[in-house]
Design a protein around this ligand. Sequence first.
Ligand SMILES: [Zn+2]
Length: 155
Amino acid sequence: MPTNTLTACPTCSADISGYATCRDLYNELSYYTLQHSDPEFFIHQYIVDAYAAQHATDNPKPITNAFALIGLYLFAEKKYTGKAVQKAHMALAKNKKTWPQFIPPKERPHITVREVLNTKPGLLRDEAIKQWAESVWDSWKNEHQKIKELIELHS
Ligand SMILES: [Zn+2]
């Protein structure tokens, strides 16, 4: 394991002790979500969008954040499954060429990839993933209106 003096992610403030980067925690969680017993539900999409939105300032392309926020909106407000979010993303990718910039929330998140990874695999962890995605969506409340308008414009 590489030596690293960081114990918190500089972007999302997650406790990354034991790992080199926050993305390593995310990758470990991905092994879980990609092997999930309910592939049709596709819970993996929720962690893709929650992680991307919590690392918005690290993403060089506006499309990454726009898609993450649209995905979180469809989950949190419209109760889409991960599979349905994925389909919506694919449809959007065909139509839109430019995406607006969004201003990330300033406050520190209370749920990060670390809290999710700390939960027991199975129902508890699936619930933690949904809580994480919902909390990330809530934290972006200053941009909710802009995201809703963006979706209405392209649906
Ligand atoms: Zn992080």
